[in-house]
Design a protein around this ligand. Structure first.
Ligand code: IFM
Length: 512
């Protein structure tokens, strides 16, 4: 009978059953049932050879991305756990899918794709598995039409990516959720968490810088940068103070909704506008024919990029020259300042303890917002500004998001506070392995795993990618880490790092 097999067995004898399965979807062929059946039937004949090839391919992948830590087996295990989930979640051969917030490990968030992919996971792929990074960005290119439609629906130009994205790129954020106390809560992130468009642009630019993949820039990347910049240029309004403002958004800190001039959103929008103008200049000089074609297709006005530069220049940032602080959003400094140290033994998230209304009226934040900006725009900010902002915002963060501790570890390490960084590193490492947020059954937090890798590579190893000679490390290893070794790919070359202690970076280059 179809789907059933029978076998006569002898008592006391051991048998091995191999199950050969093939998966074809309706995206591969309209006859996916039949294709899968005949593929599985054929595969029985060559499966052991396939398994060997599969093992060899995974070993190569594993060797390319393994970070080795001597002296801290817990950190070592956490980093390998992270690499395992990151590697198995991406598919360089399929540009129509991305990595959901839970990867392939569970049903949480229904597989939806967030900024987690571009900002938290992508650096791992970029530097160890660039083919995967490219496919993930091509997913954003293929969903550009939906992003354009969403911007237009709201009366803006350009492209606004979906906060929660799936196969078409339309916004899939649920409008309501049930809070742990049973209350039905309106979800506003889909309407207001618009920094996603700049996050995608940021990843596009970094991919191009890290790979010199001009083909990608010409065919897809530049269009994303241009359309996201256009969105910000129309989203910002010039007001009486002669500054542009972006009102009514949610930043990475989701405890505060409908805020004006969120420092992260404005800071990255400003970056997006400048980067798109730079790309327009480079593109039009190096590939004038393709630039003309793109401009025609997008209806770009002559020198429209000058407007982007002007909006970027006059965009309000919330930065105070006197104090060196960014105000997280307009009015943030006037909110109730709650001392989180008095809640240090808590076992529930701060929004549950304080309630949604009170937390919105307080300075308690869910996850790094200004600190996130400091991390992403590190080289644009003076050293004292980075530290002043970290020192101010770190004690006000309740870490209500799994993405939070890793970024604090990264920034603390780069600022030289290795002890604090190590504490945050271990807090982040335990999120799924010790289930310290209590929701690992819903799937692992792949963004946090990418963050853990970044805390190690950009934080403790002190990787810098801005030098013309290629990547350089300035390590600040925790005292128990005797050494850290890793390989990274930069512009087609593999670089090997064997680091120990502080400041001693041994960097050798190899072929791709
Ligand atoms: O993208 C995150 C967001 O920053 C915080 N809530 C969970 C989302 C998915 O991980």
């Amino acid at each position: 009978m179809d789907g059933q097999q029978s076998l006569d067995v002898e008592l006391g004898k051991t048998y091995r059953l191999d199950r050969v399965a093939a998966v074809h979807t309706s995206r591969d062929t309209p006859e996916s049932d039949e294709a899968a059946r005949s593929h599985a039937a054929r595969a029985v004949e060559y499966v052991s050879g396939e398994v060997d090839q599969h093992r060899a391919a995974w070993l190569a992948r594993w060797n390319a991305s393994d970070v080795q830590i001597e002296g801290d087996p817990v950190a070592q295990r956490a980093l390998r756990f992270a690499a395992y989930h990151l590697l198995s979640s991406a598919n360089p051969q399929d540009e129509r899918v991305s990595v959901g917030a839970k990867g392939l490990s569970g049903p949480g968030y229904k597989g939806h794709v967030f900024w987690d992919t571009e900002i938290f996971m992508l650096p791992f792929y970029l530097l160890t598995y660039p083919e995967a990074a490219r496919a993930l960005l091509m997913y954003r290119f293929h969903t550009l039409a939906a992003a354009r439609a969403d911007a237009a629906r709201r009366g803006y130009r350009g492209a606004l990516y979906a906060w929660e994205s799936a196969d078409t790129g339309e916004d899939m954020t649920p409008p309501f959720a049930i809070a742990p106390d049973g209350e039905v809560v309106r979800i506003l992130t889909g309407e207001q968490e618009q920094h996603i468009s700049a996050d995608v642009a940021y990843a596009v630019w970094n991919y191009w810088r890290a790979t010199d993949d001009d083909r990608f820039l010409v065919d897809a990347g530049a269009e994303i940068l241009v359309e996201t910049a256009r969105f910000w240029a129309s989203r910002s309004t010039l007001e009486d103070d002669k500054r542009y403002h972006i009102r009514g958004v949610i930043g990475p800190d989701e405890y505060h909704e409908a805020v004006d001039d969120n420092a992260y959103t404005n800071g990255l929008a400003q970056w997006n506008l400048d980067a798109a103008a730079e790309v327009a200049e480079i593109f039009s000089e190096r590939w004038p024919v393709q630039w003309q074609a793109l401009s025609r297709r997008l209806g770009l006005a002559d020198e429209e990029w000058r407007t982007w530069q002007q909006v970027a220049r006059d965009l309000y940032t919330g930065f105070n020259e006197r104090t060196g602080l960014f105000e997280q959003f307009h009015g943030y400094f006037d909110l109730e300042d709650i001392d989180l140290a008095t809640y240090s033994t808590r076992t529930a998230p701060m929004d549950l303890l304080l309630g949604r209304e009170r937390i919105a009226q307080s300075q308690v934040i869910k996850q790094p917002d200004v600190v996130m900006l400091v991390h992403l725009l590190w080289d644009r900010l003076p050293a004292d500004v980075r530290k002043i902002n970290f020192d101010y915002y770190e004690p006000r963060c309740g870490h209500g998001s799994s993405l939070s501790p890793a970024i604090h570890a990264l920034v603390a390490a780069r600022l030289g506070d290795t002890e604090l960084a190590e504490r945050y590193f271990h807090q982040s490492a335990e999120i799924d392995l010790a289930n310290n947020m209590g929701n690992a059954a819903n799937g692992v937090h792949v963004g946090a795993l990418g963050g853990l890798w970044q805390a190690t590579v950009f934080g403790f190893a002190g990787l810098r990618l801005i030098t013309e000679d290629g990547p350089e490390c300035d390590p600040m290893l925790p005292s128990s880490w005797r050494s850290l070794s890793m390989r990274l790919q930069w512009r087609g070359l593999w670089h090997e790092f064997n680091l120990s202690g502080r400041g001693a970076a041994d960097n050798s280059k190899g072929d791709p």
